[in-house]
Design a protein around this ligand. Structure first.
Ligand SMILES: Cc1cc2nc3c(=O)[nH]c(=O)nc-3n(C[C@H](O)[C@H](O)[C@H](O)COP(=O)(O)O)c2cc1C
Length: 205
């Protein structure tokens, strides 16, 4: 699908066809394409919980304002940001060390910079986790659409409730949910609402 069509045709689909599954191979293809999203220092401070079973959906739906699409969508992703993604424990640092030919000084400098930039306050840590995982979220919807899969982002949810129910770490934050599936063509989608354009949102300095 060309990029313009992809942007035009991606919609937040409220109604998913319950009878059209997404198998794990296809889900993996979507995720493995989406992780090409950029992230600070390539730290990729994110992970995903993919809810595919009825039991999982039932645990989630009550924590998402009972949004029916969670029951209908074959998969709903919980997008999780890692507020400590700059820490030593992130395996990306080892990969970075290997890619710079074992230059420990360079990696130590990058770690120090990342810790200062993203770890020096709670506000910065949250910004770090949410901005990076937010880019992953958009990437996932684009990668899905490229494969003909519709999506629906959701943040009308109980963030703390989901955090607790799915046993997230203290350092993790729920960023949003993304329903994935195929539009139920027996239903009607609202026409797309207009966007505010360049002159409305852009200041040139
Ligand atoms: C971060 C985010 C959270 C959203 N949360 C919800 C939600 O909880 N429930 C819902 O019905 N729509 C939700 N939406 C969908 C928006 O209403 C939708 O993207 C917007 O109206 C534009 O429509 P379009 O995506 O079809 O272009 C959310 C969208 C985003 C980006």
């Amino acid at each position: 699908m060309d990029t313009k069509t992809l942007f035009k045709e991606r919609r937040s689909v409220n109604f998913f066809d319950k009878n059209k599954p997404i198998d794990e191979t296809l889900l993996k293809e979507v995720v493995d394409m989406a992780v090409l999203a950029p992230s600070a220092f390539n730290l990729q401070p994110w992970r995903i919980i993919a809810i595919r079973t009825d039991a999982g959906k039932n645990r989630l739906v009550g924590l998402a304002n009972k949004q029916e699409k969670i029951l209908d969508a074959p998969v709903t992703l919980i997008i999780i940001g890692n507020k400590d993604g700059f820490a030593d424990s992130n395996p990306v640092w080892d990969e970075m060390l290997a890619s710079v030919g074992g230059n420990t000084e360079m990696v130590a400098g990058a770690k120090q910079a990342a810790t200062f930039l993203y770890g020096s306050s709670e506000d910065r840590k949250l910004k770090f986790a949410e901005s990076n995982a937010g880019l992953l979220a958009m990437s996932l919807m684009i990668a899905a659409k490229d494969k003909g899969i519709d999506s629906h982002p959701m943040s009308g949810i109980d963030f703390d409730g989901i955090h607790k129910e799915f046993g997230l770490k203290e350092s993790e934050t729920v960023v949003m949910l993304i329903g994935l599936g195929y539009f139920d063509s027996s239903k009607q989608l609202f026409p797309r609402r207009p966007r505010r354009l360049f002159e409305d949102i852009t200041t040139i300095i």
